[in-house]
Design a protein around this ligand. Structure first.
Ligand SMILES: Cc1cc2nc3c(=O)[nH]c(=O)nc-3n(C[C@H](O)[C@H](O)[C@H](O)COP(=O)(O)O)c2cc1C
Ligand code: SF4
Length: 460
């Protein structure tokens, strides 16, 4: 049966103080699925996860079972790493999941570790999340005491150690290979892929990196079966989806919802509509690295594939190989965006889009690790040009310049942080081009030098 608004899998213990303690969690049936999983063959668990159509909730929506299958058949050691870095602007679900249901995460990790044969595993948590770190560490200590973790989990002979590691506040350490470097004590910079972590990851060993929300779905899948979980969803995406809604709505918050709910329904029925009686202008669908949707594109479900395959947006023009060409991101991504990390930012019709876009570019410029030139230099130029447009000092051709810079970054970097800046930039100037042009004092005046600030404009 497809999920409805009452289907709560991983938020069902939100608000329940008892569930955060081991005794309370056990009273609610906690760790029973682990007992079941320990009686199952590891390959059968992987099979159920494949059947479930669980898609990774860290950003890319990659099918979890398929990722687990990438592990080499012959391996001497394997690691499971939970990505709890949660730094994508607009995203704030993992911290709540950890805070309210730490044992569900631990249970999900031990089951997953058993499935892939991982004995020493890690949770990499964002350094600023001190409260969640303490909750998690306490829960891990409890789990060790009760034999859910340790050298012989529940007498099964399976060894599962779990270590929490706090990051130090770098957004890039959420990228899985930068995270692994950071865990190893190296500088938190992304590695060139391939090899992918599943082949050569932590300390050179095959490693699976999964997001908090992804791993918390595992006990439900093993409890009720992969087919049941797949049926809750739609198409190639199983289960429910957690979205974190912020911005100009009456009731922002973190909601677990059916994947079939559209952005319009989400804003109007769940979030009480756009605030102050205004209308929606733009929506960022999955964290700020995802290009925005415009008001007429919101009848699309929050499901992963829907956001990539809608065909209502035409191709954009970019300057490439000394010519203006149609630009297509490929893969049939006509709507040119993705469900990402579930961080949904709603912007009302009084939003200054160029300023909002500049603020986003400032973030990516600041967070670029500096390893590759297109990202290091390009994000700086995106911020600079976007800022001068946003503050009324833009020059003729600046919109095309932004497009060209973004195009020079996308596809030319070691990790996707480059695209995380380039794609939203392209999305904003394609869908809200007139907002940018309206800020350029004289779009026909092709001066070489920067203009002084227009009267009344705020310098940044
Ligand atoms: C710049 C950047 C930042 C990222 N930050 C996070 C993060 O904070 N949390 C997360 O789970 N994934 C993040 N990811 C995605 C991870 O690299 C990885 O794909 C993910 O943790 C895999 O988990 P999943 O398969 O369960 O989605 C980030 C990716 C990039 C490129
Ligand atoms: S794309 Fe940016 S963040 Fe990623 S490795 Fe290159 S410089 Fe670093």
């Amino acid at each position: 049966m497809p999920a409805d608004l009452d289907t709560k899998l991983i938020t069902r213990n939100f608000g329940n103080e008892e569930a955060r303690k081991l005794a309370g969690y056990e009273k609610l049936g906690g760790y029973q699925t682990l007992r079941k999983a320990l009686r199952m063959k590891p390959e059968d668990i992987v099979e159920e996860v494949k059947k479930s159509n669980l898609r990774g909730r860290g950003g890319a929506g990659f099918p979890t079972g398929i990722k687990w299958n990438f592990l080499p058949k012959q391996r001497t050691a394997t690691h499971l790493v939970c990505n709890a870095d949660e730094s994508e602007p607009g995203t704030c679900k993992d911290r709540l999941l950890i805070y309210w249901d730490p044992h569900l995460l631990i249970e999900g990790m031990v089951i997953s570790a058993h499935a892939i044969g991982a004995t020493h595993n890690y949770i990499y948590i964002r350094g600023e999340m001190m409260r969640e770190y303490q909750v998690l560490q306490k829960a891990i200590d409890e789990a060790y005491q009760r034999g859910y973790l340790g050298s012989d989990v529940l007498g099964s002979g399976f060894r599962c150690e779990l270590t929490v590691h706090r990051g130090a506040g770098a957004y890039i350490c959420g990228e899985e290979t930068a995270l692994l470097n950071s865990l190893e004590g190296l500088r938190g910079q992304p590695r060139i892929k391939p090899p992918f972590p599943a082949v050569k990851g932590l300390f050179g060993k095959p490693t699976i990196v999964n997001n908090v929300e992804t791993l918390m779905n595992i006990p439900h899948i093993i409890d009720k079966g992969g087919a049941w979980y797949a049926e809750l969803g739609v198409g190639r995406s199983g289960g429910t989806r957690i979205v974190c809604v912020s911005g100009h709505v009456e009731k922002p918050g973190v909601y677990e919802l059916p994947l079939t709910i559209t952005f319009n329904q989400l804003i109007d029925d769940i979030c009480g509509g756009v605030w102050k009686g205004r209308k929606v202008k733009a929506v960022i669908p999955g964290g700020t690295s995802m290009p925005p949707l415009s008001a007429d594109e919101l009848d699309v479900p929050v499901e992963f594939d829907a956001l990539m395959t809608d065909e209502r947006i035409g191709p954009v023009k970019v300057y490439k190989n000394h010519n203006w060409q149609d630009f297509d991101m490929g893969g049939g991504r006509q709507l040119r965006t993705m469900a990402g990390s579930g961080g949904i930012v709603v912007m009302d019709d009084e939003t200054d889009i160029p300023k909002a876009c500049w603020r986003i570019m400032k973030f990516y410029h600041h967070e670029s690790c500096g390893q590759c030139t297109p990202c290091r230099e390009g994000t700086g130029w995106l911020e600079k040009v976007c800022r001068r447009v946003a503050f009324g000092r833009g020059k003729a051709g600046d919109v095309e310049l932004l497009s060209t810079i973004a195009h020079g970054i996308a596809g030319n970097t070691i990790c996707p942080l480059g695209e995380a800046a380039a794609w939203p930039m392209l999305g904003f100037i394609t869908k809200f081009r007139s907002d940018f042009e309206a800020k350029i004092p004289d779009p026909t005046d092709d001066l070489e030098t920067e203009k002084p600030a227009a009267a009344g404009a705020t310098a940044s």
